[in-house]
Ligand binder design. Structure first.
Ligand code: MN
Length: 288
């Protein structure tokens, strides 16, 4: 019998803040409770919030990134992305945008035109995934992953996982990653149960976006934007839903390298951060 991972704590997000005029987010980590979860750098949960119809797309005007990846998961509403590498795309509910900034991009993130005109409920996650030093200056990449391309693992009545990246029960997710990373979108009806196998030695966490779950028969997460980091030891975690629940499961091999970050840049040293700012200001990260 494989050993269960231990729940290391349950932490709520701090108060919400706006990113641009389109994303009212709660930062689930880093926080006082979860300072470090390498290779994951940050997770913002936007919404759920209702937007009225508008003629002008809300969002974040053009800004740079270097040294990591931004992963946007759409639950409700849509997001348009356009970057200096010439990539663009719109993601809708169930779709994922896996954007590798690497050596650098300038991009803008706006509500989709369809959503802007129609209005409605908006709910997204943006996850930042670090890159190893050897790949920080590699070529930028964009993966627009459609809902239909994301395979499911069913756990029985009222519970399934969508495998965005990595592998569960032999089912592989479509996202290409630079280091071993598992990202599962787990959806449970009340009473639904899921047992997940996560590799020992990885950093992992359960993020409850909304709902109520019991983890390993004991720890309870309830409400919105809660995180439960799990022990690297052990290989399984059991979730039981007390209400309809949306859980994002993260697990990844830690990158044992120094992290130097400044706003939208995540490098290994202060000198590399200064270079990133200089390159951006000189237009070397490209333009839209
Ligand atoms: Mn961005």
């Amino acid at each position: 019998m494989s050993e269960q991972k231990k729940v290391l704590g349950v932490y709520g997000a701090a108060s919400s803040h706006w990113v641009g005029d389109g994303f009212p987010v709660r930062t689930v980590f880093p926080s006082a409770g979860v300072r470090e979860l390498s290779p994951f750098l940050m997770l913002d949960y936007a919404g759920p919030v209702r937007f009225e119809p508008s003629s002008r797309p809300r969002g974040v005007e053009q800004h740079p990134h270097r040294g990591f990846e931004t992963v946007t998961i759409a639950y409700q509403g849509s997001v348009d992305h356009r970057d200096s590498g010439g990539n663009s795309g719109t993601i809708h509910p169930g779709d994922v945008q896996w954007m590798t900034a690497a050596s650098g991009v300038v991009h803008e993130e706006k509500h989709g035109k369809d959503f802007t005109a129609r209005g409605g409920d908006f709910e997204m996650v943006q996850l930042w995934v670090n890159l190893p030093a050897a790949q920080k200056m590699s070529k930028p990449r964009y993966q627009g992953i459609l809902n239909a391309e994301i395979p499911r693992v069913e756990f029985g009545a009222g519970a399934y996982a969508r495998i965005i990246a990595g592998e569960l029960n032999g089912v592989e997710g479509p996202a290409k990653t630079f280091t071993p990373v598992n990202v599962f979108d787990v959806r449970l009806e009340p009473g639904g149960k899921a047992e997940l196998h996560l590799p020992a030695g990885q950093n992992s966490a359960l993020v409850l976006l909304r709902g109520e779950i019991a983890v390993n028969g004991s720890a309870t997460l309830k409400g919105a934007a809660q995180i439960a980091p799990l022990s690297p030891s052990g290989e399984t975690v059991a979730i039981e839903a007390k209400a309809e629940s949306l859980v994002l499961v993260l697990s990844g091999e830690p990158i044992h390298e120094p992290v130097a970050s400044y706003g939208p840049f995540v490098m290994n040293t202060q000198a590399e951060l200064r270079q990133a700012v200089e390159d951006y200001q000189a237009g070397r990260l490209g333009r839209l």
